[in-house]
Design a binder for this molecule. Structure first.
Ligand code: ADP
Ligand code: ASP
Ligand code: MG
Length: 403
C-alpha cells in the first residue's frame, strides 16, 4: 500500500468522457489499496477562456477578482471527478483550497504555496476515501483566494507530495513522458526514460511546458522523484530524479523553445559605472523579468549598446518604463517583438567540447541569424526570428542525434 499524489492535467479532464477515463485510472489505483490524493487542473482551455473573458471587460481586470475567476476552473473538474468516482462506487470527495486550507504567499495571480493543513485529508484517505484537490490555487493569510501562475497544478502536486510525505508523485498528461523536444510540433522527438532535475528545470524554464518549472524546482530542492506519464496509454513514462542516477554519454538531452520573447536595444548609452543598474532597477521593481543581456564593448570609451530580452507580454510596459527613466541617456531605443528563444540542454555538455560551435554552425547552414546568446553549464540559448523557430528546433534536434 502506497500513499500517492496523482495529478491530471487539463487535456486529461478535458471532456466528460475523459473525466470518466481518469476516474477509471483512479479506481484501479484505489483498488490496489493505495491512499490517494488526486490533483486536477481545469478542463483544457478553460483557464485561457476565463482570462479572455476578463480581458473583454478590461485589460487591467482587478487581480483579486481575476484570481476568484480563474480558480473556478479547477473547482469544476474537482466536482466532476469526485462525482464520476462516486458513480463507480469509490468513496471520494473534493476539498476546496480554503477547506483544506492550502496557504499561499505573494501577489495575486503569482502566489506560491507555503503550507497546507494535512489533518482532514489524511483522516479521509486513511479511512479509505480518495481526496480530490484543485491545482493552481490556495488562500493567503488574509483569506483571499490566490492562484499560483499558469501550469501551476504541477506545483500543487509537488507541494502535496512534500507536505503529505507521499511515496510518489505522478503527473498524468497528454503525452507519454518528457521528450527530446515537443513531440506535437516535431514528431521525430524521442521519449526520455530518465532525466535529472537540473536538465528538466532548464527544459521547462526554456519552454517545455510538459512540467511547470517551479514544480520541478521544488521537487529538486526536496528530492521528490517525479513521474510523467500518459493518461491515454499504459506505456511507462519519464522519471525525473537526482543527477547521480544518470549517465552522461549524450551531450545534448533535449531542445526547447519559447515563442513569447521580445528584444530591446538601447543604442549609445553612456558607458559609466552604475548605468546598467539604472536601466534594470526600475524594470525589476515593476516585476519585469530580464532574461539575456548583452553589452557591447565601447569603441569610443563613452557610449555602448545594451540589448536585453523580456517576455513579449512585458514589452509595452518595459518600453514605457525605459522612456520615462530620466536617469539614463541614450541615442535610440529599438525593439523587436517577433523573436523566439531556442535552447539545447544537456548535463553531458560540461564534458563534451565543441557543442557551442556545432550549434551556431547548424543555424548558419539554415541561414538563421543569431540575435543574442546566453549559456550556462548545461544549456545554450539563442534568440532568433520567430518565423525560424520550428526549423531551427528540427535542425538542432537532428545534428545532436536526437531524432
Ligand atoms: P497538462 O494539461 O497535462 O498539464 P500541458 O499542455 O501543460 O499538459 O503539457 C503537455 C504538453 O507539453 C504536450 O502536449 C506537449 O505539446 C508539450 N511539450 C513541450 N515540450 C515537450 C517535451 N519536451 N516533452 C513532452 N511534451 C512537451
Ligand atoms: N488551469 C491552470 C492553467 O491552465 C493550471 C494548470 O493547468 O496547471 O494554467
Ligand atoms: Mg501543464
Amino acid at each position: 500500500m502506497k500513499k500517492k499524489v496523482i495529478k491530471f492535467g487539463g487535456t486529461s479532464v478535458g471532456s466528460i468522457e475523459r473525466i470518466m477515463h481518469a476516474a477509471k485510472i483512479i479506481q484501479e489505483e484505489s483498488n490496489k489499496g493505495n491512499k490517494l490524493i488526486v490533483v486536477v487542473s481545469a478542463m483544457a482551455g478553460k483557464t485561457s477562456e476565463l482570462i479572455s473573458m476578463s480581458k473583454q471587460i478590461s485589460n487591467k481586470f482587478v487581480k483579486r477578482e481575476l484570481d476568484v475567476l480563474l480558480s473556478t476552473g479547477e473547482q469544476v473538474s474537482c466536482a466532476l471527478i469526485s462525482g464520476a468516482l462516486n458513480e463507480l462506487g469509490i468513496k471520494a470527495q473534493s476539498f476546496m483550497n480554503w477547506q483544506i486550507p492550502i496557504l499561499t504567499d505573494g501577489d495575486h495571480n503569482n502566489s506560491r504555496i507555503i503550507n497546507m493543513n494535512t489533518t482532514k485529508i489524511n483522516d479521509y484517505i486513511t479511512n479509505g476515501g480518495v481526496a480530490i484537490v484543485p491545482g493552481y490555487q490556495g488562500i493567503s493569510k488574509l483569506g483571499e483566494v490566490t492562484t499560483i501562475g499558469r501550469g501551476g497544478s504541477d506545483a500543487t502536486a509537488v507541494a502535496i507530495a512534500k507536505i503529505f510525505d507521499t511515496d510518489s508523485c505522478e503527473i498524468y498528461t497528454d503525452v507519454d513522458g518528457v521528450y527530446s523536444t515537443d513531440p506535437n510540433k516535431i514528431p521525430v522527438a524521442k521519449k526520455i526514460d530518465k532525466i535529472s532535475y537540473e536538465e528538466m528545470l532548464e527544459l521547462s524554464s526554456l519552454g517545455a511546458k510538459v512540467m511547470q518549472s517551479s514544480a520541478v524546482q521544488t521537487a529538486m530542492i526536496y528530492e521528490i522523484p517525479l513521474q510523467v506519464r500518459s493518461t491515454f496509454t499504459d506505456r511507462p513514462g519519464t522519471k525525473i530524479f537526482s543527477k547521480n542516477n544518470l549517465d552522461y554519454t549524450k551531450a545534448v538531452t533535449g531542445v526547447a523553445y519559447s515563442k513569447d520573447e521580445a528584444k530591446i536595444t538601447l543604442q549609445d548609452v553612456e558607458d559609466k559605472p552604475g548605468i546598467a543598474a539604472e536601466i534594470f532597477e526600475p524594470l525589476g521593481k515593476n516585476q519585469i523579468n530580464i532574461d539575456m543581456v548583452i553589452q557591447n564593448v565601447s569603441s569610443d570609451g563613452k557610449t555602448t549598446d545594451i540589448t536585453f530580452t523580456v517576455k513579449r507580454d512585458d514589452l509595452d510596459k518595459s518600453l514605457n518604463i525605459l522612456k520615462k527613466n530620466k536617469q539614463i541617456r541614450y541615442k535610440n531605443l529599438s525593439f523587436k517583438s517577433n523573436v523566439s528563444k531556442i535552447s539545447i540542454v544537456g548535463a553531458g555538455m560540461v564534458t563534451t567540447p565543441g557543442i557551442t560551435y556545432k550549434m551556431f554552425r547548424a543555424l548558419a547552414e539554415e541561414k538563421i541569424n543569431i540575435l543574442a546568446i546566453s549559456t550556462s553549464e548545461i544549456k545554450i540559448s539563442v534568440i532568433i526570428e520567430e518565423k525560424f523557430t520550428v526549423e531551427a528546433a528540427k535542425k538542432l534536434h537532428s545534428i545532436f542525434n536526437l531524432d
